[in-house]
Unconditional design. Structure first.
Length: 403
């Protein structure tokens, strides 16, 4: 429904203003009269630029979802109706995309849909995990508890994502700066030296001649290199989005990488165990839980293993049996799951495994950062130093000749 801005006066003549979502201006006027106000002006609120151009709309972040779920849990626990909770949270949202989504969800709930079904209509904001846990909470009458668990789950996922992102920020920054400095030297500085050496005449040392030839080549082909890089990156993204076979191969390569592959596996274990533990403790059937965990794994190789595990369980096997011998999930995790199944403490065991591998990810990321820092510094210093030395060799030769 459209949103209207209104101006009105109360019985004392004081001016009031606000916004209201309604089907028509007449509905707004009627609502104001019921509140004891005299409508003065009612008009439809102009559309936000992101509504006109959807590609400009901001994305809903994990932090938006965490804040929403925690606030929603508090309101539900306090006994507020779902529609009122959604109205309050939508009105206070600064993210226009999330605001519109919550208003749409509120409208669906008002029309008779369940809260979970209303959320399912917005898969870009609320994923399968979110929707299924909410559905379990509605059925079990523990929606506030489920929402708090969801908030914790989302916070843990965001922590893992930030750890990996943070590990790559420093080396990526140093790499960009190093490449930019080298390109600047080769394109802008070296040609000046080349002209100066040409004026002096004579034969240049081998290293100097190589740097000058590299500079000339880069000046001639830098446009093609930038265009080619853009084409390769775009083609890679398109291939991953359109070809499942290509995506599977690239995911397999990522897992097999010497250092990064180990981190990816640990992240997968932490995410799998924590998510599955949350779903089991919330009353979601194990087969449904594994299906959702597999789809949200983010890696097709891992997804394939989890789907195979789900199939084995549907045939009567335990969770641990199909995971034995896995190249992704370590033996320690499998043994702990076995113990959890035998003792009936699967939820607690999955949480312990997730906590352990969260710490393992912390250690692995710290080690990766510590290893990459000196390598990148040596690369940057060595590259720039080599170019500078090559450029000063002829000057040293000229000085020796003069002496």
């Amino acid at each position: 429904m459209p949103i209207y801005t209104w101006n009105a006066k109360n019985r004392s003549g004081d001016k009031k203003a606000g916004e209201l979502e309604a089907s028509s201006p007449e509905a707004v006027s009627l609502h104001l009269k019921n509140m004891g106000l005299v409508p003065d002006k009612v008009k439809e609120k102009p559309k936000d630029i992101s509504e006109i151009f959807p590609f400009l709309a901001p994305k809903v972040t994990i932090n938006d979802l965490v804040v929403f779920t925690r606030q929603f849990a508090v309101m539900v626990d306090a006994g507020l109706p779902l529609v009122q909770c959604l109205q309050i949270l939508a009105d206070q949202q600064e993210n226009i995309t999330f605001k519109n989504t919550l208003r749409a969800v509120r409208g669906d709930v008002e029309s008779g849909l369940t809260f979970a079904d209303s959320l399912a209509k917005h898969p870009k904001v609320f994923d399968d995990l979110f929707v299924n846990l909410v559905a379990a909470g509605e059925v079990g009458g523990i929606l506030d508890t489920i929402l708090n668990r969801l908030a914790v789950q989302l916070e843990k996922q965001e922590k893992l994502r930030k750890q990996l992102k943070g590990a790559m920020v420093y080396p990526a920054t140093v790499s960009v700066i190093a490449v930019a400095c080298i390109v600047l030297l080769l394109v802008k500085v070296i040609p000046v030296f080349e002209q100066m050496f040409a004026d002096f005449g004579g034969t240049l040392p081998g290293p100097t001649q190589m740097v000058i030839e590299l500079s000339n080549w880069l000046q001639a082909y830098i446009g093609y290199m930038m265009g080619g890089t853009f084409v390769v990156v775009t083609a890679y993204q398109q291939a991953r989005s359109r070809s499942l076979a290509f995506r599977y191969r690239t995911d397999a390569i990522m897992i097999a990488m010497p250092i990064f592959g180990n981190i990816i596996k640990k992240v997968a274990v932490a995410r799998f165990t924590r998510t599955l533990g949350t779903m089991i403790s919330s009353g979601v059937p194990i087969l449904d839980g594994l299906d959702i965990v597999a789809k949200t794994a983010g890696n097709m190789v891992i997804e394939e293993e989890l789907q195979a595990t789900r199939q084995s369980i549907s045939e009567g096997k335990t969770i641990a049996e199909p995971l034995q011998g896995s190249k992704i999930f370590p033996g320690m995790m499998v043994q702990m799951i076995t113990v959890g199944e035998e003792t009936g403490s699967m939820e607690a065991m999955l949480t312990k495994i997730a906590d352990f591998y969260d710490d393992e990810v912390d250690t692995a990321v710290a080690g990766l950062t510590a290893m990459l820092e000196p390598i990148m510094m040596v690369f940057m210093g060595g590259s720039i130093g080599t170019i500078l030395i090559a450029m000063y060799l002829p000057i040293f030769t000229i000085a020796d000749t003069i002496t």
